[in-house]
Design a protein around this ligand. Structure first.
Ligand code: TRP
Length: 437
């Protein structure tokens, strides 16, 4: 089902791992507010635009853009948008797989009871041991990539999407248990005020760009994932309603994760700006103290690994489908080729945490730069072009037809946001950022 496929793609490490960590690095409240504004004013219209393009184009994002470009404007050059997205997807999956590997490692560690009654110091040491070890990360990264590639090769996405249906409630239940822990054992009031009390004086152009980039990242926008899935959306289903549901679920889970993590951070005098290791240095503390911590902890990390898998599949699928159509090769060959390329790129992320950790430039380590370039520059640019195409270049008749199940008000809201607000916001935020480059 479409809604499960897109939720499976949208909900992943972006919600549980990346949102808390970049919120911490960017100072909390004000960042969260900008992120929320971006979700609804930019994310919503772009998601609708991408689904429309997918449902009308019925192919992989590149070919869909080429066909529709020719149909609507007489120019196939629009396929470049698909290529920008594809590149972003490559870069994102290369580090996504490494972090997904971390969560899988934590699943095993928790299962062994390693975190029972541990201190914040010990938990930090365990995390450092992982990031310092190239072989360990290599094994998990390879394992995760092989898993993703084999699922794509077999084309068994369908069954996995059904599993999303059970995974989400399970994840929510464990998150409720964790929230109870954070309320009772954590410094809840400080956590809440960090997350929701804005201090706009610490906001820079770069922070705004990161908040916007994350709106794209967490909703899987800009890369063509949603275009790809839009091709499977049936004509009678409502694009507008489905998009709203997906966005609300995704945002809810991210905020929920924040509400769990920051009270633990402050209760243990940890640094909210600890970076990519934030959840790995906080959640084990909770699992070490609650009743049934081994079971819940292991289940939690297993669920996150699974959520990461459904997202990773959506990151790889469009390029594989494109390669199959373009080169007439077998699905498995295409998946292995793309997988190998991405796996190799992932090595740079692994090295960013050890041997090359002092090799910093522009936005930080190689990992920081790959993430910044893909999430905050490439995704917004291709997302902008998707929405400009759907709202300015697709004929009124075509867009009206795709959104025929919406009310006139909903259609007008989409059109206004997609034509003016989203493009202007993206352009202003990007230009503003270049100004301080
Ligand atoms: N949205 C996913 C997450 O939050 C990651 C993801 C899947 C993604 N597909 C994407 C990000 C496409 C950008 C583009 O974990």
């Amino acid at each position: 089902m479409f809604i499960l496929a897109v939720s499976g793609s949208a909900i992943g490490l972006g919600n549980i791992w990346k949102f808390p960590y970049i919120t911490g690095v960017n100072g909390g409240g004000a960042f969260v507010i900008i992120y929320l504004i971006c979700i609804f004013s930019i994310g919503l219209p772009i998601m609708i635009s991408e689904i429309m393009i997918g449902r009308k184009g019925k192919r992989n994002p590149i070919t869909s853009m080429e066909i529709l470009g020719i149909e609507e404007t007489g120019n196939g050059v629009w396929k470049i948008v698909g290529f920008i997205g594809l590149m972003a997807g490559f870069l994102i999956l290369s580090f996504y797989s490494v972090i997904a590997g971390w969560t899988f490692h934590y699943f095993l560690l928790t299962l062994q009871g390693l975190f029972i009654e541990t201190s914040a110091m010990e938990v930090k040491t365990v995390f450092n041991q992982l990031t310092q070890s190239i072989p360990k990360q290599l094994i998990y990264h390879s394992f995760f990539m092989i898993l993703t590639v084999s699922i794509i090769s077999k084309g068994v996405r369908n069954g996995l999407e059904k599993a999303v249906y059970f995974m989400m409630p399970a994840l929510l239940i464990i998150m409720c248990i964790l929230l109870y822990y954070s309320i009772t054992q954590g410094n809840f009031s400080e956590g809440v005020s960090f997350l929701f009390k804005p201090d706009f004086s610490i906001i820079t152009a770069s922070t705004i760009l990161v908040a916007m980039g994350h709106a794209f990242f967490t909703l899987s926008l800009g890369m063509g994932c949603v275009v790809m899935y839009g091709a499977y959306l049936q004509d009678h289903e409502s694009i507008f309603k489905t998009s709203i549901i997906i966005i609300l679920c995704d945002t809810f889970i991210a905020l929920f994760a924040g509400l769990i993590i920051f009270p633990i951070v402050f209760a243990n005098n940890l640094d909210p700006g600890a970076g990519p290791g934030l959840i790995f240095q906080t959640l084990p503390l909770a699992f070490g103290q609650i009743n049934g911590g081994i079971l819940f902890g292991a289940l939690f990390f297993a669920l996150i690994s699974f959520a990461a898998l459904t997202s990773a599949i959506s990151l790889l699928e469009p390029s594989v489908v494109w390669l199959i159509e373009k080169r007439q090769i077998r699905r498995s060959t295409a998946a292995i080729l793309m997988g190998l390329l991405i796996w190799t790129m992932g090595l740079f992320t692994i090295l960013s945490f050890n041997n090359l950790s002092s090799f910093v430039f522009w936005k930080g380590t190689i990992f920081d730069n790959i993430d910044f370039l893909a999430s905050n520059i490439l995704l917004p640019i291709s997302g902008l072009l998707f929405t400009v195409f759907a709202s300015w270049f697709m004929s009124h008749k075509s867009s009206k037809r795709e959104l025929s199940d919406t009310t006139t008000l909903q259609y007008n809201i989409w059109r206004f946001l997609a034509r003016y607000i989203a493009p202007l916001a993206v352009i202003i935020i990007l230009i503003n950022f270049i100004g301080v480059f």
